[in-house]
Design a protein around this ligand. Sequence first.
Ligand SMILES: NC(=O)c1ccc[n+]([C@@H]2O[C@H](COP(=O)([O-])OP(=O)(O)OC[C@H]3O[C@@H](n4cnc5c(N)ncnc54)[C@H](O)[C@@H]3O)[C@@H](O)[C@H]2O)c1
Ligand SMILES: [Zn+2]
Length: 357
Amino acid sequence: MATVTLPAYDIHVEPGSLGAVGDIARRAAPAHRYVIITDTHVEPLYAARVVESFGRDRVDVLRVPAGESHKTRESWARLTDEMLTAGLGRDTTVIALGGGVVGDLAGFVAATFMRGVPFVQVPTTLLAMIDASIGGKTGVDTPAGKNLVGAFHQPAAVIVDPDTLATLPVAELRAGLAEAIKHGAIADAEYFDRIERALPALLADVQGAAMHDVIAGSIAIKAGVVQRDERESGVRKILNFGHTLGHAIESESGYRLLHGEAVAIGLVLESALAERLGVAERGTAARIRSVVERAGLPTARPATLAPERIVAATRSDKKARRGAAEYALPARIGAMAGAEVGWSIRVDDAEVRAILS
Ligand SMILES: NC(=O)c1ccc[n+]([C@@H]2O[C@H](COP(=O)([O-])OP(=O)(O)OC[C@H]3O[C@@H](n4cnc5c(N)ncnc54)[C@H](O)[C@@H]3O)[C@@H](O)[C@H]2O)c1
Ligand SMILES: [Zn+2]
């Protein structure tokens, strides 16, 4: 299919590319030893194929139980200890095989192991293919909130094999679409329209042309944004659209909501907030809500989550500064507001409460 070349690393998108992980990793991050970090759902499906791709090179396989609740410092410590016990040293490359949880966690292990070893992202969820695997944000959750401990550590390569979507549960596909809808909303109205038109059929044929268009379209947008601002000092903040309230709702749900489901709710609520503040064109929120709905994603906060709890949880967000939360808000479909304030708009809690209730 395609290779997107960033200054620092290539993103390979090709059906069947799991079989090329060994070759690509050896070229992009040559090492004495390779270690695959995966989870208990992905390992039985795909680890053997990736191990095989390394031929006679020695490859260790480590795993964590599947799920966001394992993206923790405890998992980071255990994986690091297992690598040390296995005798892995500085000359090791980590292969992150799985969804965004594995990518963030294995990336953070790689960022800190022996003060940093290379890693290769092999994302197997839609969300990880189009979003989490690109851009070098790695880290873990803490009881105080999501992603509060981490590091920037760019992968040496990203290898996307769209064939792996065949085994992904449909709820996870929908969750990935939330980030694709976000990409269209922040950067490309025409792409947003294409997603809208392709739904809901898009979900029925994961190997179809429409899904490939989403993978390519979203990767281009995400890669383009992070390339302009690797460390999130400016324009990269637009990728946080939907995520200030999304992260708060995700963690307050006790992670019962998937990341993408919480982001979907966040997109709907934050676009309504943008209209309320007069930041977004009228009708922006309705369009976003309608596409989120067509994707079969939730559009409202769970009734059991009181507005005050969500507002309180935005305080632990990294985007909260000087006692008020900051938001990335749309101006209209395809364009974000707030260039003059570093793409981060400070919003009073009272306005947020009004949208939540
Ligand atoms: N670093 C970033 O820039 C960034 C961006 C967006 C999201 N994230 C993070 O990504 C995480 C969410 O990622 P996710 O949605 O991929 O969740 P996930 O990693 O938990 O994967 C979802 C589920 O699908 C399973 N799975 C993975 N691939 C599969 C396959 N091919 N077939 C069958 N099952 C499969 C997993 O075991 C898991 O149960 C969150 O922690 C979020 O914070 C990070
Ligand atoms: Zn996200």
